[in-house]
Every structure is written in structure tokens, then in C-alpha cells.
Write a protein that binds this ligand. Structure first.
Ligand code: PMP
Length: 391
């Protein structure tokens, strides 16, 4: 994989449909193709027809703070959170973005001010999502700057923004702010706060909560994210940022996202639906199966170990369950210092711990690949017995 996170030549080769035993398996990115088979099974249920005469205007709903958001998407987002019970939307503002990547940057813009003498420090507890440092510093903004691991941040240095990612990417931990007692502002990145990844044990109710269709339903290509925002002025500034960077968000994508959310909600609101047809029941079962298989393989391994996750009651499913993250955070043991290189030796592409502000003994691997890739990954992992450093 290239340093900018985009697929390298090898990685592109792995996306061919037949898996050759000598080809690389690319689990470096969290591409959510695992859900493709479910949506294929849904056939035409989510098909959206868009006529040539539809959606010509820049303008959508000038009465809304987020004037480029389709009212049907806003309704669908509120309905989805009501069905799942994972976030409070009442009395809040919703801002749609081109993925939550755009909304993260919109939030940084909204929380900072040109009147500040110094750029605002942006921190996240390590291991943090590897894209945050680059997204913060890429344009060398005078408004904010990346200040690294929140655990070692000196809050007396002034105002700051802490990004709280829960469940966390890469390690799946459930998190709260780490910097205590400071004058910090918070951005909650809740990309993975959905029942297939973790028990839904509280209604999230924070100032800025970012969600994304990419990790919720797997439709990463539609590039739809949404922020639930408490403060009107912050929502206005986020909207202004999106106006300046892309004059809004594709309405075709918004329509598709709304349709997909409506179909999911309908399946939970209508008692006639079979369990296996309901998206979160299906996706949760797939994640449970994958995690069970991976844990069995790693238990036998002399080379790798995995995190343990706490159990709690999920109000959505009514069951006691464990977090089953979208990524495996694998740690190499027995004197192997570089997990990523070790995996590369097995022709498995992962993202090494250093990118997340962590030890190179760790590597992150996607649990969201297609079935054949996942099974081949397990096969390669289970074939390893003793490996010495550098092989
Ligand atoms: N936040 C986290 C924690 C993520 O893992 C991702 C995707 N990998 C994003 C934000 C961005 O998602 P998107 O732009 O596709 O909405």
C-alpha cells in the first residue's frame, strides 16, 4: 500500500474475483464489501429511479440550516436512529456531508476561529484512526493543527479539539474523552456505533456526532455521511464549509441513502419480516461468525494475539454481546517486532501500528472483506506455526 492510503499496484491486483494462492490479500483498507451479498439478495428493493429532469437545482430546502439536504434523507436518518436507538436526534441539527471525511473537516472548521492567535490543537487517544493526522494537517491550516496522542497532550497549552472515536478504529475499544479538565471541544466519530459492531448500550447525546453510510450499510461508494449537531451556529458553520468545498452534497447519493435507510427501517417496523432479511440481524450474524473463526485461529497461533472485548447488553437486540469490530488489531508475539512485515510475508496486506501512533508489533486488518478473501486470510494465518523475525 502506498503511504497516502490508496491501493498500490499489488493491492489492486488482489481485487480480481478469483483468489490465486500466491496473490496478495488486501486487508489494508476497511472496504465494506462484506455486505454486498446481502444487498444482492435484496434485489430491486432499494432501486432508485432518477429521471433526466430530476435534481437539477443547487438548492434543496432553504428553510433548513443544511439547505442542500433532502428532507427525505433527514427523515430517514432520524427514523434509523429511532429504530436502532443509538443516538438522540430530537432538537438537533443534521448536516449531510460527502462521507464523514468531509464532515470531520467541516467540524474542525466550525470549532476553530480565525480570531485565535494560535492554531487549535487537534488530538485523539492513540491508537487513533490513521487518517486524522493527515486530514488535519494536509492543507497546513492556520486554524488548527494535529497535536498527536491525547494521552500525553498538555492541556495547559490552551484550547484544543479531542476526537473521540467509539468504537475505536483501529482497536475497537469503547471510548470517552481522555484529556480531563481542559477547555477542549469534542468531536465524536461514531462511524462504528451500530449493532453489528458493538452492543448499543446508550443513546449517544454529544455536541457533534459523525456517522457514515460507509460503515453502517456498506455503501461507501455513495459517499454519504451525516453529523448530528447540538448547536445551531456550529451546524451553520459546518454547512458553510461544505458549501465552500463542494456547494452541497450529491442529491442522487442522498436519494439512494434515504431509500436504503427506509428499507432497513421498514424491515424492523413491520413484524412480518424474516430475521435473516433484516440488515442488522444479518450483518451482526456475519460479524459474529467471522470473529469466532478468527479467534479460533489466533488461539492456536504462536505468532499472533488479539484484544479481548467486554460484554454488555445491547438494547437493540436484547442480547448480551461483545464488541466485534470492523477491524482486527493483531499483535505479534514471541519476539516478532513488526506485525505488518510478518503478515506481508504471508502475502497479507495490513496497516502497521505506527500509522495509528502505536507500536509496530500491532497491525490492523479489515474484517469487512468479501468471503473468499476472508477465508483465504484465515487459511494463511492458520498455516503459520513458528516464524522468526523478518520472515
Ligand atoms: N471515521 C472513521 C473512524 C473511519 O473508520 C472512517 C472510514 N474508514 C471514516 C471516518 C470516514 O468514512 P467516510 O468518509 O467513508 O464516511
Amino acid at each position: 500500500p502506498s503511504s497516502n492510503g490508496l491501493p498500490s499496484v499489488n493491492a489492486t491486483r488482489t481485487s480480481t474475483p478469483t483468489l490465486h494462492p500466491h496473490s496478495f490479500i488486501n486487508l489494508e483498507q476497511g472496504d465494506p464489501t462484506v455486505f454486498e451479498s446481502y444487498w444482492k439478495k435484496m434485489g430491486d428493493k432499494c432501486t432508485v429511479v432518477i429521471k433526466g429532469s430530476d435534481l437539477l437545482s443547487y438548492m434543496t430546502d432553504l428553510s433548513n440550516v443544511c439547505w442542500f439536504m433532502l428532507p427525505e434523507l433527514r427523515d430517514a436518518i432520524e427514523r434509523l436512529h429511532r429504530v436502532v436507538g443509538n443516538a438522540v436526534t430530537d432538537g438537533k441539527y443534521i448536516v449531510v456531508g460527502t462521507g464523514s471525511t468531509q464532515l470531520f473537516q467541516a467540524a474542525l472548521f466550525a470549532l476553530s476561529s480565525p480570531d485565535n492567535a494560535q492554531p487549535l490543537s487537534v488530538v485523539a487517544a492513540a491508537p487513533y484512526y490513521s487518517e486524522y493526522p493527515e486530514e488535519v494537517d494536509y492543507l497546513r491550516s492556520g486554524l488548527y493543527k494535529w497535536a498527536g496522542d491525547a494521552h500525553v497532550f498538555d492541556k495547559d497549552g490552551g484550547a484544543y479539539i479531542e476526537v473521540v472515536t467509539s468504537p475505536n478504529n483501529p482497536d475497537g475499544s469503547l471510548r470517552e474523552p481522555v484529556v480531563k479538565g481542559g477547555k477542549g471541544k469534542l468531536i465524536h466519530d461514531l462511524a462504528y456505533y451500530w449493532p453489528h459492531y458493538t452492543p448499543i448500550n446508550h443513546m449517544a447525546d454529544y455536541n457533534i456526532m459523525n456517522f457514515t453510510l460507509s460503515k453502517c450499510t456498506g455503501h461507501a461508494g455513495s459517499r454519504i455521511g451525516w453529523a448530528i449537531v447540538k448547536d445551531k451556529e456550529v451546524a451553520k458553520k459546518m454547512t458553510r464549509f461544505i458549501q465552500m468545498s463542494s456547494i452541497g452534497v450529491s442529491r442522487e447519493s442522498q436519494r439512494r441513502a434515504a431509500k436504503i435507510m427506509e428499507v432497513i427501517c421498514e424491515s424492523y417496523e413491520n413484524v412480518m419480516h424474516m430475521r435473516s432479511d433484516k440488515f442488522f440481524d444479518h450483518s451482526k450474524a456475519v460479524m459474529t461468525e467471522r470473529w469466532d473463526k478468527l479467534k479460533k485461529v489466533v488461539e492456536q497461533s504462536e505468532v499472533f494475539s488479539l484484544e479481548n472485548y467486554p460484554k454488555s447488553c445491547c438494547y437493540f437486540t436484547g442480547e448480551i454481546t461483545e464488541t466485534q469490530p470492523a477491524f482486527a488489531w493483531l499483535k505479534s508475539k514471541n519476539g516478532i517486532d513488526d506485525c505488518e512485515s510478518c503478515l506481508r510475508g504471508l502475502k497479507i496486506l495490513s496497516r502497521g501500528g505506527i500509522r495509528f501512533g502505536a507500536d509496530p508489533k500491532y497491525a490492523r486488518l479489515s474484517m469487512l472483506s468479501r468471503e473468499d478473501q476472508f477465508n483465504e486470510f484465515l487459511r494463511r494465518l492458520s498455516n503459520v506455526r513458528g516464524i522468526s523475525n523478518g520472515h
